[in-house]
Write a protein that binds this ligand. Structure first.
Ligand code: LLP
Length: 438
C-alpha cells in the first residue's frame, strides 16, 4: 500500500516514518496521510490531460477528505476544488484556496450558501435543480453580478457499485434529467438569464467505479445531447465535466485501473465523439476524490480487549471504530490491515476487528488473518484516506482522532485530536431549577 514498507526495526513505515514512533508521538487512533502518494495521484491525472493536450481542470472532490492542510496540498499540486457546502467552502477560504478554481456542488444549496459563493466570486457553481437555478438568477440580478455555472445532468447511467453511492441513474436526487426535457428547460433558462454564464454540463455517474464503460457512455450521451442543443440554441459548451468516482483498491478483490487509464479512455471517447459530430472539443473537467486520497490514508489503532465465542469467532477490539470509519457499518466496506509493530510475524490467528462503539454493527474487519494480536499491538488499517475522517462522528461522544501528514521521513500534525472540552463546547447547560429555567 502506497509508500508503506517495513523498516530495519521490523515496523511498518509510511512516508519514511516509523508508525510505532508516530503512535508514541501522537497516540491512537491516528489517521496518517502519505503526502507523496497524494501528490503522485494528482499528477497522474493532470499529466494524462497534458499528454493529450486537452484543456482540463482536475478538481479534488474534497468531500472525500476536507481540511485546511489538504486544501493547501491540493493547491500546491495545481488542483481545482470541488466543495459541496458552506462548510467546505469556508475551509477552502481559510486555506486561501484560489477562488477561481473552486466549484460549488450540492443538491440543496441554501440562499446563504449561494450568497457566500457570490461574495467570494468563486469559479463556478454547479447548478443541480430548478429551485437553485431561479434562486441564483434572482440573487445575481439583485446584486448585478454574473456567475459561471455548469448544469448538472443525470445521464441515465447505472454504474456497478454499491446502491447507496449510485448517483448517475435517472431515479436520483441529483441533477436535471437528460431524457425528459428537464435539462433542456434548464439550458433555456440559463441562456435567457443574462446573469448566468453557462460554461457547460456536468455529470457524475457514481463512486468506486472500476470500468471505464460508464464514463464513456455518459460522455457519449451528453455530447449527443449537446450536439442537438448546438443546432437548436446555438449553445457551444466550453466545459464538459465528467465527475469523479474512479475506483481504488481496498482489498485484493478490487481491480481498479490507474488514474491515467481512467482519464485516457475518457479523453479518447470525447475526442472520438466530438470528431464524429464535428463538435468543438470542450475542456474536460473531472472531480476525483477517493482516487486522490483514499489509499494515501492509514488508520492506526491500539489493540485492547478480546472475546472468544467458542468455535465461532475471536473478537479483538481496537480503540476506535465506526466513529472514525463508518464505511464498514454503512456500506459493508472491506479493508486490509496488519499489525504495524510486527507485520511479518506468522499469521497464526483469524480474528474479527471490533470497534469500541456501543453497537454490534461496529465491526471494522471480519475474519482478518494476523499474528495473534495482543493488548497494545498496533493495528494499521489501510486505505482509509477517503470518507474516513470526512464521515467521522462523535457517536458515544468519542473524540475524533488527529491527522498527521507524513513525507520524506517527517511528520506534521494537520488536525488536532478532539478533546473532551471540544465535545462539550457547544452544549448549553440547563438552568438550576428546571428544564425551562422558570
Ligand atoms: N463529484 C460528485 C458530484 C460526487 O457526488 C462525488 C462523490 C465525487 C465527485 C467524488 O467521488 P469519488 O471520486 O470520491 O468517488 N461516502 C461514500 C462515497 C460518496 C460519494 C459521493 N459523491 C463512500 O464512503 O464510499
Amino acid at each position: 500500500h502506497g509508500t508503506a514498507s517495513i523498516n530495519d526495526d521490523g515496523h511498518l513505515e509510511i512516508g519514511g516514518c516509523d508508525t510505532v514512533e508516530l503512535v508514541k508521538e501522537y497516540g491512537t487512533p491516528l489517521y496518517i496521510y502519505d503526502v507523496e502518494l497524494i501528490r503522485a495521484r494528482a499528477r497522474a491525472f493532470k499529466e494524462m490531460f497534458e499528454k493529450y493536450e486537452v484543456k482540463s481542470q482536475v478538481a479534488y472532490a474534497s468531500k472525500a477528505f476536507s481540511s485546511i492542510a489538504m486544501y493547501q496540498l491540493a493547491q500546491e499540486e495545481g488542483l481545482s476544488l470541488d466543495v459541496v457546502s458552506g462548510g467546505e467552502l469556508y475551509t477552502a477560504m481559510a486555506a486561501k484556496f484560489p477562488v477561481e478554481k473552486i466549484h460549488f456542488h450540492g443538491n440543496n444549496k441554501s440562499e446563504e450558501e449561494l450568497e457566500m459563493a457570490l461574495d467570494y466570486k468563486i469559479g463556478c457553481i454547479v447548478v443541480d435543480n430548478f429551485h437553485e437555478l431561479h434562486m441564483l438568477h434572482h440573487l445575481c440580478r439583485q446584486r448585478k453580478q454574473n456567475v459561471n455555472i455548469l448544469l448538472r445532468v443525470t445521464p441515465g447511467i447505472e454504474a456497478h457499485t454499491h446502491d447507496y453511492i449510485l448517483t448517475g441513474q435517472e431515479d436520483s436526487k441529483f441533477g436535471f434529467d437528460l431524457k425528459n426535457g428537464q435539462a433542456e428547460t434548464a439550458l433555456a433558462i440559463s441562456l435567457d438569464s443574462g446573469y448566468l454564464n453557462l460554461l457547460g454540463i456536468h455529470c457524475h455517474i457514481g463512486s468506486q467505479i472500476f470500468e471505464t464503460a460508464g464514463f464513456v457512455m455518459a460522455a457519449k450521451k451528453v455530447l449527443e445531447k449537446l450536439n442537438e442543443w448546438k443546432d437548436e440554441y446555438g449553445f457551444i459548451p466550453e466545459v464538459l465535466n465528467l465527475g469523479g468516482g474512479f475506483g481504488i483498491r481496498y482489498t485484493e478483490e478490487d481491480k481498479p485501473l490507474s488514474p491515467e487509464q481512467y482519464v485516457e479512455e475518457m479523453i479518447i471517447e470525447v475526442r472520438k465523439e466530438t470528431e464524429l459530430l464535428s463538435f468543438p472539443m470542450p475542456e474536460i473537467w473531472i472531480e476525483p476524490g477517493r482516487s486522490i486520497v483514499g489509499d494515501a490514508g492509514t488508520t492506526l489503532y491500539t489493540v485492547g480487549s478480546r472475546k472468544e465465542v467458542q468455535n465461532v469467532r475471536k473478537y479483538v477490539a481496537v480503540d476506535g471504530g465506526m466513529s472514525d470509519n463508518i464505511r464498514p457499518a454503512l456500506y459493508d466496506a472491506k479493508y486490509e490491515a496488519v499489525l504495524a509493530n510486527r507485520p511479518f510475524d506468522k499469521q497464526d490467528e483469524v480474528v474479527s476487528i471490533a470497534g469500541k462503539c456501543c453497537e454490534s454493527g461496529d465491526m471494522l474487519i471480519w475474519d482478518l488473518p494476523v499474528p495473534a494480536p495482543d493488548k497494545d499491538d498496533i493495528l494499521a488499517v489501510f486505505c482509509t484516506g477517503a470518507y474516513g475522517y470526512a464521515m467521522a462522528n462523535n457517536y458515544n461522544r468519542i473524540p475524533r482522532p488527529p491527522i498527521v501528514f507524513v513525507e520524506n521521513g517527517k511528520s506534521v500534525l494537520v488536525v488536532k485530536r478532539e478533546t473532551y472540552e471540544d465535545l462539550i463546547r457547544l452544549d448549553v447547560p440547563l438552568g438550576k431549577r428546571s428544564t425551562f429555567n422558570i
